[in-house]
Design a protein around this ligand. Structure first.
Ligand SMILES: [Zn+2]
Length: 416
C-alpha cells in the first residue's frame, strides 16, 4: 500500500488536504480520492478567504479534475458546503486543492498554464483531454491570482502603449509594455480614450507621476490622455512604428511602379519588380547575393524606386544613430523627402513634421526598438493562438501569462 504522503504528491495536493479514501470509479474510468480540508470546522469564504459562519451544504459533493496518474484520469472529491460571508453572502468554502469556482485542482491549473506558454494548442487539448475554451478559463484564473499577489504596476517609468488587433482584425486590444523589463503590464479590449484611461485609473495618481516616458504610435488621442494623466512624462513615437511608416511608403512606391509597368504592357519588367519586394524591404546587411543583384537592377532601371529605397535606408540610419546627431540627420532627410517628387514620401515627410516633437523625443530617449518589436510580434502570434477562446479576457490572460512573466512553474518543481 502506498502511504498518504505519496498519494498527496501523486494527486498534487498540499498537506492542508486530508485524504480519506482512494477508489477506482469504474463508470468514470478514473481514480477518485475523497478528501477534506484540514481543520474543516474553521471554514473560510472561497472568494476572500475570511472566516465565516456555515450556511448550508451547497450542492453536495463535488469533483475536481486532477493530474492524470499514468494513463488514468484522477479526481479529488469532497463536500462543498457554503459559508455566509459578511461581504460575499452565501459562498462555497475555500479549499486548499483548488481555486475558487474551478473544476480542476491547482496542480492541474498550473500544468495547463505552463503548457499554454510552452507548447501548441493541439498538444495541450489532446494531452490533457480538455477543450481549448477550458484552457482560456484556467489561464485567466491563474493570472488573476498571480496579479492579485503582486503590484503589477511596480516601478513603471518608461512605458509603451500600442494596439493589437484580434478576431481577424475586427477587434482591438490596447496594451501597455514596460520598456525596462520588456514585460506586458496591462491590456484591455478597445482602442479609445476611455480604455486607456482605465489603465491610468488602475495606476493611480502617484504612480502616474513617476512615469517619465511614454512611447506610442501617432494616434493623437493616446498623446492627449497621456499628457492629461502623466504630468512628468514625455510622449514619443516609438521607432518600431516609425520604421513601419517608412517601409509602408516604400512599398506603396513599389506597387505604383509595378502597376504602371503592367499598364504599359511591360510584363517582364512588372514581374521582375514584384520579385524585388524583399530586396527593397530587407536591411542591406541581410541581403542574399541574388537580392543584392536585384537591388542593383532596380538602381539601374528605375531611379525613382531606387530613390525611395535610399530614403528608407537613410531613415533607418537615423533611427540607428539616435541622439542629437540623428536629429540633425532627420532635418536633412525631411528636406530631401519634401523635394523628392515621390508622392508617398512627400506625404510621409509631412506626417513626420506634424509629429516632429514625438519623433525627436524618440531619437533622444534610447528606447530599445527590438524589445517593442519582439513583444509586438509575439502578441500577434498569441491573438491567433487564442482564436477560439470565448472571452477577450482569456486572450488578455494568455498574453499576460506569456509576456507578463506570470507563468507558474510546473507542479512539484520550485520556481526557477
Ligand atoms: Zn468573502
Amino acid at each position: 500500500m502506498l502511504g498518504i504522503k505519496v498519494w498527496r504528491r501523486l494527486l498534487g495536493v498540499c498537506d492542508r488536504t486530508v485524504i480519506e479514501r482512494i477508489e477506482f470509479d469504474e463508470d468514470a474510468d478514473a481514480v477518485v480520492a475523497s478528501v477534506r480540508p484540514r481543520r474543516a470546522k474553521k471554514q473560510r469564504c472561497g472568494r476572500c478567504g475570511r472566516r465565516a459562519p456555515g450556511y448550508d451544504q451547497g450542492e453536495g459533493r463535488r469533483r475536481w479534475r486532477s493530474l492524470d496518474l499514468g494513463e488514468v484520469r484522477s479526481f479529488v472529491e469532497a463536500d462543498a458546503p457554503r459559508v455566509n460571508c459578511p461581504e460575499h453572502g452565501p459562498t462555497v468554502i475555500e479549499v486548499p486543492w483548488a481555486r475558487h469556482g474551478a473544476g480542476h485542482t491547482r496542480a492541474f491549473d498550473g500544468t495547463v498554464a505552463w503548457l499554454a506558454t510552452h507548447t501548441s494548442k493541439t498538444a495541450i487539448t489532446e494531452l490533457l483531454r480538455i477543450a481549448w475554451a477550458t484552457v482560456g478559463a484556467i489561464v485567466a484564473r491563474v493570472v488573476d491570482e498571480a496579479r492579485a499577489e503582486v503590484d503589477p504596476f511596480d516601478a513603471l517609468v518608461r512605458i509603451g502603449i500600442d494596439e493589437i488587433s484580434y478576431k481577424r482584425g475586427h477587434r482591438y486590444l490596447t496594451v501597455v509594455v514596460d520598456h525596462d523589463s520588456g514585460r506586458l503590464v496591462w491590456a484591455a479590449k478597445g482602442r479609445d480614450k476611455k480604455t486607456l484611461e482605465g489603465f491610468f485609473d488602475a495606476l493611480g495618481g502617484q504612480r502616474c507621476a513617476q512615469v517619465r516616458l511614454v512611447s506610442c504610435d501617432a494616434a493623437e488621442w493616446v498623446g492627449d490622455v497621456v499628457r492629461a494623466r502623466c504630468p512628468n512624462a514625455t510622449v514619443c513615437l516609438d521607432a518600431f512604428h516609425l520604421v513601419k511608416w517608412v517601409t509602408d511608403a516604400l512599398d506603396e512606391v513599389r506597387r505604383d511602379t509595378w502597376n504602371e509597368a503592367r499598364r504599359n504592357g511591360m510584363r517582364t519588367h512588372a514581374r521582375d519588380l514584384k520579385g524585388a519586394r524583399y530586396a527593397l524591404w530587407k536591411n542591406p546587411e541581410d541581403l542574399t547575393a541574388r537580392q543584392q543583384a536585384k537591388l542593383a537592377w532596380v538602381a539601374k532601371v528605375n531611379q525613382r524606386l531606387y530613390r525611395a529605397y535610399l530614403l528608407k535606408e537613410q531613415f533607418r540610419q537615423i533611427i540607428a544613430v539616435k541622439g542629437v546627431r540623428a536629429i540633425l540627420m532627420l532635418e536633412e532627410w525631411l528636406d530631401w523627402a519634401a523635394r523628392c517628387r515621390i508622392p508617398a514620401f512627400v506625404e510621409l515627410g509631412r506626417r513626420i513634421r506634424k509629429n516632429l516633437a514625438g519623433v525627436e523625443a524618440s531619437l533622444l530617449n534610447n528606447l530599445s526598438n527590438a524589445l517593442v518589436e519582439s513583444t509586438n510580434t509575439k502578441l500577434r502570434v498569441l491573438t491567433r493562438v487564442a482564436y477560439g477562446f470565448k472571452e477577450p479576457e482569456h486572450l488578455i490572460a494568455l498574453a499576460l501569462l506569456d509576456r507578463g512573466g506570470y507563468c507558474p512553474p510546473l507542479p512539484g518543481r520550485s520556481a526557477a
